[in-house]
Design a protein around this ligand. Structure first.
Ligand SMILES: Nc1ncnc2c1ncn2[C@@H]1O[C@H](COP(=O)(O)OP(=O)(O)OP(=O)(O)O)[C@@H](O)[C@H]1O
Ligand SMILES: [Mg+2]
Length: 254
């Protein structure tokens, strides 16, 4: 389903953290959420999955206002991979991924073949099937991140929110995970810091600064030298790559 964020604001006490954000992600597309540390990316993602309540504005999944959905209904359709997520320590990798199936099972519904298939498929898609029996606490940082992504995929969400999913990943796994997300066909919002990876894998980008959207649209329209200087305070040379036709950003220190 599409995700529509309409004039959404959020504040903690007097501090306005998300300030009148309006964004739309079309069904099956990936929106990259960019912005400096503290610009409100994680806060906006938490509002979309209702871990926080908006102060004003409306968020819709398809036609439905998230405020009108039950917790259970929301959990069945939206998956969120948090920036720093923890898991109970005595679980194996497969146990953690199985947790992703919880919203799909009623109180008395037995675990079924469909649940097993979703878990195995998710493990394979992040390349963790060989470690399915390993204890989660013994995994490396990047492996943990991949397992949390697998858990969100096992949930079979119609909307997927990922907060810096490439954190801790080596370059091959960064590319693999983003390529996977872009070919899943699930409507997704991905907070990222790497502008080149964002341009490579996202259908559109939105840049936040102090809780407000300062640029949104196609990657090549958003990631200009001027914007990178204004928002991130970094001089850059932006080139259209001859190889894949995408933008390539080179940072300058001179
Ligand atoms: N409950 C809160 N009370 C006070 N300030 C808060 C609260 N929640 C978030 N903030 C502040 O809101 C701002 C936005 O935080 P947020 O985590 O959304 O940023 P971010 O864009 O995800 O940053 P990063 O790139 O570092 O992950 C930060 O300055 C943070 O300190
Ligand atoms: Mg964050």
């Amino acid at each position: 389903m599409s995700i529509t964020i309409d004039a959404v604001s959020f504040a903690a006490g007097d501090a306005v953290i998300v300030n009148g954000v309006s964004l739309t992600v079309e069904k099956g597309k990936v929106l990259g959420l960019l912005g400096p540390n503290g610009s409100g990316k994680s806060s906006l993602l938490r509002l979309i999955c209702r871990l926080r309540k908006v102060r004003s504005g409306v968020i819709r999944l398809g036609e439905e206002d998230i405020a009108s959905l039950s917790r259970a209904a929301l959990a069945r359709r939206i998956a969120f991979v948090e920036q720093q997520s923890t898991t109970e320590t005595q679980l194996t990798v497969r146990d953690v991924v199985r947790l992703g199936r919880t919203p799909h099972r009623g109180l008395l519904a037995p675990w079924g073949a469909e649940d097993d298939a979703a878990v195995e498929e998710a493990l394979v898609s992040v390349g963790m099937q060989a470690r399915a029996g390993q204890l989660w606490q013994t995994l490396s940082g990047g492996e943990r991140q991949r397992v949390h992504i697998a858990r969100s995929l096992a949930q079979a969400p119609s909307e997927l929110l990922l907060d810096e999913p490439t954190n801790h990943l080596d370059i091959q796994h960064q590319l693999d995970i983003l390529a996977l997300i872009s070919r899943l066909g699930i409507t997704a919002i991905v907070a990222l810091h790497d502008l080149n990876l964002a341009a490579m894998f996202c259908d559109s980008l939105a840049v936040l600064e102090k809780g407000a959207v300062v640029a949104a649209g196609a990657p090549e329209a958003v990631l200009t030298e001027d914007l990178i200087a204004r928002v991130f305070g970094v001089r850059a040379h932006v080139q259209k790559s001859a190889v894949h036709g995408r933008h390539h950003i080179q940072y300058r220190m001179d």
